[in-house]
Each structure stands twice: as C-alpha cells, then as structure tokens.
Design a protein around this ligand. Structure first.
Ligand code: C5P
Length: 218
C-alpha cells in the first residue's frame, strides 16, 4: 500500500493578482492548511521597523526571521502598504530567505497538506508541489483593484501613484538575484485580468481536480 503524500498547492504571482483570495478559497474547499508566505517577509520587515533598525541590517533581519512563527502571523498588523514595500526590501537578503523557506517547507509538509502563496513557492519552496498555479493580471488591472479596495475601506488614492508602486514592486521581485518571481515550467497560468474571482476559483479547482483524479488512477 502506498501512503498518499500531503497535497500541496503552490500559488505564485505578482502583488495584487488575486493569489491571496484564490489561496483562501482553495484551502477552504480542499480542507488544507493555508500559508500566505508574504506575511513571513512582512513580519521580518515589521520587526525591524518597530525596533528602529535599518532594512538592510542583515544580522537583525536574520534574527527577526528566526523568530517568525508561520502559525502565528497577525495579518491586520502586517497588511499596511509600507510594510509590504519594506518586505520586498528584506526579501532580497539570502540569509532571510533561507530561514523563512525552511519554515515554509515544514509548514507545507504537515498533514493534511497546504496551500502556500507567494513568489517562489513552485520554484524554490515546494518544487514537488502536486499543483502549481501562476496567477497574474496586467499591472493596470491590479492597480485598479487596489484602488477599489482602498476606496471600499473608506480611503482614497491616486491610480497613477498606485500603478507606479506596483511596477516598482514587480521590478524588485522579478529582478532580484535570489529566487526571483518567475513562473515554474510546470505551473498552470491563470491570467485574472478579465476574470471575476469566482471564475478564477472555478478554473483553479478544475486544475486541482484533474491532478487529484490522475493521482487516484495511478
Ligand atoms: O505578497 P506580499 O505583498 O505580502 O509580499 C510582500 C513581499 O514579500 C513581496 O513583494 C516579496 O518581495 C516578498 N515575498 C517573497 N517571497 C515570497 C512571498 C513574498 O520574496 N514567497
């Protein structure tokens, strides 16, 4: 008898493409654990910011990374835009990545399996994931969605500024030397530019169901 390995669904893509919502829907539907790996980088950035340390202080950043517990990440504390920007700066430090990747892998291996979303899940963290999705959308669409979110929360923003931020973050995430954001060769591409989240979820579910059906036949 073969023992089934925990199912891992790896979701990568740029900021604002809809990975987070998709990851949550898939984790609920398939009863899997869920880890937004961006929060682990945000936790490191938040720790440095709140201790008044520089974002390029490697030793302090690695110490902060060692203290990250993927099971205890406070989204409301870490969701601020400035923390996301700072996270993409600490995310270029290889020592920080090494520590966080190890914790993310350990999380993924726990039964019954997990959905992880981030930038390097299918390429580096879980290269053997059962299902890999690369979720993207045009920078303009992502900027418009971000503005709508800000407005829905009662705030206001300017589209050109948000678009510039998104482009800068894409450049940093795709251009860094260690684990840049890229589509794994075996990742299914989901372009959500013209898709409602429900449509994206159904498309992702169809991909996962195919993989599970193929596994059951084997
Ligand atoms: O997804 P989120 O916006 O929370 O991620 C914040 C930053 O953390 C990203 O811009 C990226 O630089 C970094 N990150 C990463 N690898 C991951 C997840 C996030 O480098 N797996």
């Amino acid at each position: 008898m073969t023992v089934a390995r925990p199912l891992v669904i790896a979701i990568d893509g740029p900021a604002g493409a809809g990975k987070g919502t998709l990851a949550r829907r898939l984790a609920d539907y398939y009863h899997l654990n869920l880890l937004d790996t961006g929060l682990t980088y945000r936790a490191v950035a938040y720790d440095l910011m709140s201790r008044g340390r520089r974002l390029d202080d490697r030793e302090a950043a690695m110490e902060a990374a060692n203290n990250v517990d993927p099971g205890r990440l406070d989204r409301s504390l870490l969701s601020a835009h400035a923390v996301g920007e700072a996270a993409s700066t600490v995310a270029v430090i290889p020592g920080v990545r090494r520590i966080l990747v190890e914790k993310q892998r350990a999380f993924a291996e726990r039964p019954p399996g997990a959905v992880l979303d981030g930038r390097d899940i299918g390429t580096v963290v879980c290269p053997d994931a059962g299902v890999k999705l690369y979720v993207t959308a045009s920078a303009e669409v992502r900027a418009r969605r971000r503005l709508a979110e800000i407005e829905a929360a009662g705030g206001s923003g300017d589209l050109a500024g948000i678009l510039a931020d998104i482009r800068r973050r894409d450049e940093r995430d795709m251009g860094r030397a260690d684990s840049p954001l890229e589509r794994a060769a075996d990742a299914h591409l989901l372009d959500t530019s013209e898709m409602a989240i429900e449509t994206a979820f159904l498309a992702a579910k169809a991909i996962v169901d195919d993989v599970l059906a193929a596994g059951n036949e084997a």
